[in-house]
Each structure stands twice: as C-alpha cells, then as structure tokens.
Design a protein around this ligand. Structure first.
Ligand SMILES: *Cc1c(COP(=O)(O)O)cnc(C)c1O
Length: 368
C-alpha cells in the first residue's frame, strides 16, 4: 500500500495482536469481514461468527443473553425499544385474524401500539380489567380467537401486581401464550418466566439501562418464540444499535445495587407519605404513587419539589416525579381517566439512589 487514498481507507486494524479487553468492546460495525469463502460458509453453518449487524451483533447478542440469564429464561433478544420488543413478542405468537387480550391499565405507549397499530395488521385486541378474573374469562369464552394474554408485572400508575398464578391457570385451560412486561419490577424483584409467562418484555430504557441515557428493549422467554421474535426484529429492522446495547449492559452491572438502594428508598418514601396522604406502594419495586391532598395546590406542589424534577420517565438514579394526568394518560378522555383513577392530584414518584434524608427533606418541604 503506497497511496494516501488506500492507506487512509485500510487503517490499522491490529487484528493479529492478541488483545484481551476487560469488558466487551463496542462492535460498532455494520458488517463483518471474511478472509475466504470457507470462512463465509462457516458462518452459514452456524460456527458463531457474525455477518451483518442488523441480523446479529456481539453487543446486542450479549444483552439478550444477559437479560435471559437474569430472568431464568433460555433465550433473549434485544430490540430498538421496549415498544418494539413487545411488538416482536406479539408477532411471534399472533398473526392476522388472531386476537389478543390485554390488561386495560397497560403503559400508555403499549396501549397505542395495541390499539392503533395491531388493527392495521388484522389483529384484534380486547382490553379488560385484570383485577376482575370473571371479566377476563368471559372474553376468553366469547372469543376463541384470543391467542395471547398481555399484562405487566407491576402496572402504572397504581402499581397493581399481576397475579401470575391466575394467568398461568387461564393459559393452561385455554391453551394461550402469556407475555408479561416486567419493566417496573425488573428481574431483581420478579421473574415472570419462572411463574408461567412464555415471554417477558422489558423497556431497557428504564431500570436495566438505569441512567436515562438509552432507548432499548429486550424480549426473553421460550426458545422457539424468542427465535421467531428475533426473525421479526431482523426482517422488520427494529434491531438495537451496538452502542445502545453496550450502554445497557454497562447499566445492568449495577442493576442489583441500584434496585436495592432504590427499593429501600421507595419503602421509606411510602412510609413518610403515608402519614400525609393516600399512597400506592405494593411493597416491592421503586415506584411510589400518591395523591396531593385537597388543601395543597397541585401546581404549587410540583414547583416546590426543588431538585426533584418533573420527568415523564422513570427508573434513573435520580429521584423524579411524573404527572400521569398530563403525560402518560393525556390521550385518554376525561371519563377514561376517571375510570382508571388518574386525576390531576396523582403523582408518580421514581425513587433514586440519593440519601434518603435528602429526599424526605425535599418532599417534606413541598408538603409545607
Ligand atoms: C417505557 C415503557 C415501555 C416502552 O418502552 P420504550 O423503551 O419507551 O419503547 C413499555 N412498558 C413500560 C412498562 C414502560 O415503562
């Protein structure tokens, strides 16, 4: 190589040196190179090499497998967001003409996916109050086309904990698949795959990433179903980028430490708020919802929270609050909001890892 044109393209790759990085590097490459046709054939024979990053990449593979291990599931796959992980999971089970039964209190983005997008694919979705077993069962009797039940392990904003035993019984009786969104609980708190779920989805944007700097999703579960979901992700192109996968894995390394600290803080916050107002805290996880008492102006309360910022997400290391009435449930009509109990006075708090005395002092200041 003599010309600057050639030398600047064929830069030093140092592939002959034995480098052993302590952590997996970012494979920020769109494709992988082969030195011979035999090597290329080897890829198709499944020798574990890589071809093209949309179809597979070491960083995204490592993320899928890491979360599968945490959930106790055989296989996992990463996706571009929690929403696309849920979509891939759905499409691994249902096709045009099939129906889905979903909990009516699912995350707002999931509600839109189910309501607005799946109908375009010929998939009908029924919503039910999942705290009412007879309501669920009536839909399963009326619509034998239902192939899948979808719910969340801990719901938003009132933190109802899904009864996996009931879903498992319905699944067996009606021959269904069950998919659970485990975003709020994380495998630190609950592992739905061990309690009958066939598929478990995560918005890794939340606790798995943990630092509010990635948008990512992961789907884990039954080997065959996850393989089908992986095919949907590859063919439809909602794969995750290597760097986002790398950041998410970095976040997961401290998942247990963060969840321990955040859960302890959430419990202490719930105890503190219980003395002052109505509180929803299921005794697990790090989200606490509460009502601003009638005597306090809601806007003034939000503005009095100082360093506790209003953020329409959750799960970062900082304590934040969100306003379900104006964000996650904004698209619902006044009647729908009233039906699920989301009034202007409901605040959802995501406990961070700060010192609990500082958090309680700041909350106390807002109450006074
Ligand atoms: C945020 C969230 C989602 C959607 O995840 P994205 O990464 O934003 O696509 C799904 N389910 C729950 C419970 C969430 O909190």
């Amino acid at each position: 190589m003599t010309s600057i044109e050639t030398k600047s393209v064929h830069t030093a790759q140092m592939k002959e040196r034995t480098i052993q990085p302590k952590v997996m590097p970012v494979y920020q490459t769109s494709a992988f190179a082969f030195s011979s046709l035999e090597e290329l054939e080897g890829y198709y024979e499944g020798n574990g090499t890589y071809l093209y990053s949309r179809t597979a990449n070491p960083n995204t593979d490592a993320l899928g497998q890491t979360v599968a291990d945490l959930e106790g599931a055989p296989k996992g796959v990463a996706a571009s967001s929690g929403t696309s992980a849920i979509l891939a999971g759905i499409l691994s089970v249902v096709k045009s003409g099939d129906h889905i039964l979903a909990a009516e209190d699912v995350y707002g983005g999931t509600f839109l996916l189910l309501k607005e997008e799946l109908s375009l694919m010929g998939i009908q979705v029924h919503f039910a109050d999942f705290s009412d077993i007879s309501a669920i069962e009536q839909i399963l009797i009326d619509y034998p086309e239902v192939k899948m039940i979808f719910s969340e392990s801990i719901t938003n904003p009132f933190l109802r904990v899904e009864d996996m035993e009931v879903l498992d019984q319905l699944k067996k009786h009606y021959g269904l698949k069950v998919m659970i969104d485990n975003t709020f609980a994380t495998p630190y708190t609950m592992t739905p795959y061990n309690n009958g779920a066939d598929l478990v989805a995560h918005s890794a944007t939340k606790y798995l990433g943990g630092h509010s700097d990635v948008t990512a999703g992961v789907l884990v579960g039954d080997e065959e179903l996850v393989a089908l979901a992986e095919k949907r992700i590859v063919n439809m192109g909602f794969n995750l980028s290597p760097f986002e996968a790398w950041l998410t894995i970095r976040g997961i390394k401290t998942l247990a430490l963060r969840m321990k600290a955040q859960t302890e803080n959430a419990q202490a916050i719930a105890n503190f708020l219980n003395e002052k107002t109505k509180v929803w805290y299921p005794g697990k996880g790090a989200i606490v919802s509460f009502e601003v008492p009638e005597a306090i102006d809601v806007s003034v309360f939000f503005s009095s929270l100082g360093w506790i910022k209003i953020v329409p997400t959750l799960a970062g290391v900082e304590t934040t609050v969100s306003y379900p009435y104006g964000t996650s449930h904004r698209a619902l009509s006044e009647e729908e909001k009233a039906k699920v109990g989301v009034t202007r006075r409901i605040i959802r708090l995501s406990a961070g890892i700060e010192g609990i005395e500082d958090i309680l002092e700041q909350l106390g200041a807002a109450f006074s």
